[in-house]
Design a protein around this ligand. Structure first.
Ligand code: URA
Length: 261
């Protein structure tokens, strides 16, 4: 670990013995800026390592032990980034789209550059909990069809849903050649409630509603596995997952791997 008062030329050689990382890479991967911006900021004296201004962004640091600030902000290193977004209508769940804005467009520019992608798909007009990450293997574990990570949605329908509709939806309905897996439907009114699925076929809830001669008029995802939509987030707002949420999600990924065996 480098401890502050050494000449800058010493950073590299000292840290070569530890788990080192280039300073500019460290800041770029934390999602704060591009490499060019980091280099410029460093030249302007806006990058500090352990309280000392470092003007050469190509130097090395220990991401665990060294304290880095960029333009006065402490840089928290994240091997992977996990974001919770409250998706508004009108955005597609993709990294890019030729016609419509994507959920990635709702993030600040520095977060658009670190390879984040939506963990699962919501329809363009579906609202609510969208997780974004650049942890491909975890995302794959959570989304693979046989992994059964549950997702809960609040819905409203055009017509009342009867008890027999609920029973039918819960035991499984035919959505165009595919018979849906058992799910949980909790009604909170005659035309609204929650549905919890363990799978995610394209337009699944809309098609399930159609299978019982109804129509979805509102759909919002409220949970994804152990993660619950933060109601403090307005539509279109995002935040990082907390360390606790991240741990729960990773644990769910591990469980999913076990259930696969
Ligand atoms: N089911 C749907 O029909 N749409 C979604 O966005 C999610 C689940």
């Amino acid at each position: 670990m480098w401890c502050g008062v050494l000449p800058l030329s010493a950073i590299h050689s000292i840290n070569m013995e530890d788990k080192i990382m280039r300073l500019d890479k460290f800041i770029v991967e934390s999602g704060l800026a591009t490499r060019t911006e980091v280099s410029k900021a460093a030249k302007n004296g806006a990058v500090c390592v352990n309280g000392v201004v470092v003007r050469r962004a190509s130097g090395h640091i220990d991401p665990v032990c060294d304290q880095v600030t960029f333009c006065g902000r402490e840089v928290i290193y994240r091997e992977f980034t996990y974001i919770m977004l409250n998706k508004p209508a009108g955005y597609v769940s993709a990294r890019t789209d030729d016609l419509s804005p994507t959920v990635i467009d709702l993030l600040p520019p520095e977060l658009q550059r670190i390879g984040l992608f939506p963990c699962g798909r919501l329809d363009k007009n579906t609202l609510g909990l969208m997780l974004l990450t650049n942890n491909g293997p975890l995302s794959h574990k959570l989304l693979a069809p046989q992994k059964h990570v549950d997702k809960k949605y609040r819905f409203e329908t055009k017509f009342p849903i009867s008890e027999s509709d609920v029973a039918e939806l819960q035991s499984g309905v035919d959505i165009g050649g595919y018979f849906t897996a058992p799910c949980i439907v909790e009604m909170t009114g005659e035309k609204c409630g929650y549905i919890t699925l363990t799978e995610g076929k394209y337009h699944q809830i809309k098609l399930m509603a159609e299978a019982v001669h109804n129509q979805i008029t509102y759909l919002e995802r409220v949970t994804f596995g152990p993660i619950v939509l933060d109601t403090a987030l307005e539509r279109g707002e995002w935040r990082y997952l907390t360390a606790e949420e991240q741990k729960m999600l990773e644990a769910r990924g591990v469980e999913a791997t076990k259930s696969e065996k």
